[in-house]
Design a protein around this ligand. Structure first.
Ligand SMILES: Nc1nc2c(ncn2[C@@H]2O[C@H](COP(=O)(O)OP(=O)(O)OP(=O)(O)O)[C@@H](O)[C@H]2O)c(=O)[nH]1
Ligand SMILES: [Mg+2]
Length: 327
């Protein structure tokens, strides 16, 4: 890594114009769904590129509303399973009616202020907010959607302008291998995000280049999909990638993301030992993190150079130190 020129903060337009003859370095970003790959690309664009385009921000705004409208029915079902009701029944009826009449694929998708008010009213009703707080790790709604719901009055206000923070919270599963170019005066970074599917990974494996960023959602150690533990799945994907036939000079940066959510879960007493029975250090976040790192790096039988970095992509200083490291 040290022999790649150090990254300049000003990956700006001027650099792009003079970069047509610069060498290009490819960086492949891999990992399971929801690990944070797209958020990392957004961060890189914000920190070292021109930021998100107007069109991208518009797309993020629609997706943010869709994320909220897809999360609300899950929240409402969860509350009704727990037998928790809003005292003002009209509020829930208003929300349900809006959900029933809204086309999530509408190009002009939005949430009007009066629906924002109703959602805010529902979530702040004492019995509802107590149930949300007490069951925060069980509610089947992503932390980003919970965050948007907490901010519902702001994001549905008529004067709302999307912030960088908001764009980072939006979730849209990636399809294919979208490519982003970041330009410096001396070189071009060609960043490819690889969709989490064996088919896509296998068909692009020869084009990953000398630097692989492997992103892991640390907080998924207690999560299962199709009966399979997500952390075990991430380790086995990592194992397959580092041990595949590839040039020895390949460098892998293992990015352990979502440290904020991980810390909250470990400290709340959700045991890491359920995922790794040999782990015995309880709620010690630092030891828990080291244990996970060890599980990953011990799979590197190919002796590739593997760096590790713990981060939370919603925190800008974490993301910037990462980008410097990638350089
Ligand atoms: N709390 C928290 N949320 C994060 C962090 N990093 C990413 N997220 C959120 O996690 C969700 C998924 O992030 P993405 O970057 O879209 O994940 P991805 O790996 O690209 O997912 P796919 O495209 O489906 O493969 C988004 O809502 C992000 O805002 C983090 O450090 N902390
Ligand atoms: Mg993605």
């Amino acid at each position: 890594m040290g022999n790649v020129p150090s990254i300049k903060k000003n990956f700006k337009k001027k650099a792009r114009e003079s970069a047509t003859t610069s060498p290009s370095y490819r960086v492949a970003i891999l990992g399971l769904h929801n690990a944070g790959k797209t958020t990392l690309v957004k961060r890189l664009k914000m920190g070292f590129g021109d930021g998100l385009s107007e069109g991208e921000v518009d797309q993020c705004r629609r997706t943010m509303y869709r994320n909220v409208l897809e999360g609300l029915p899950l929240l409402l079902s969860f509350l009704s399973e727990k037998d928790v009701q809003c005292e003002d029944r009209d509020v829930e009826t208003t929300i349900r009616r809006f959900l029933g009449s809204t086309d999530l694929d509408d190009e002009a998708l939005s949430i009007p202020s009066h629906i924002g008010l109703a959602i805010d009213h529902l979530c702040n009703e004492p019995s509802v907010s107590r149930a949300i707080e007490q069951n925060r790790h069980e509610i089947p709604v992503s932390p980003s959607v919970k965050w948007f719901i907490n901010q519902i009055l702001r994001i549905t206000s008529t004067s709302y302008t999307m912030t960088e923070k908001d764009t980072l919270r939006v979730y849209e599963p990636t399809v294919g291998v979208p490519t982003t170019h970041l330009y410096s005066e001396k070189y071009i970074l060609e960043v490819i995000e690889v969709e989490d599917s064996d088919e896509v990974r296998n068909s692009h494996i020869s084009g990953f280049g000398p630097l692989i960023l492997f992103v892991v959602a640390l907080d998924e150690y207690d999560k299962k999909v199709d009966e399979k533990n997500r952390m075990h799945e991430a380790i086995s994907l990592f194992e397959g990638i580092v041990n595949a036939e590839r040039p020895k000079k390949t460098t892998v940066i293992l990015l352990l993301n979502k440290f904020d959510l991980f810390k909250e879960k470990v400290e709340a007493g959700i045991p890491l030992s359920n995922c790794f029975p040999a782990y015995t250090s309880g709620t010690d976040v630092s030891k828990a993190c080291k244990h996970i790192i060890q599980q990953f790096v011990s799979r590197n039988r190919n002796e590739l150079t593997v760096f590790t970095h713990v981060m939370q992509l919603h925190n800008s200083s974490h993301a910037l130190s990462l980008a410097r490291m990638a350089a």
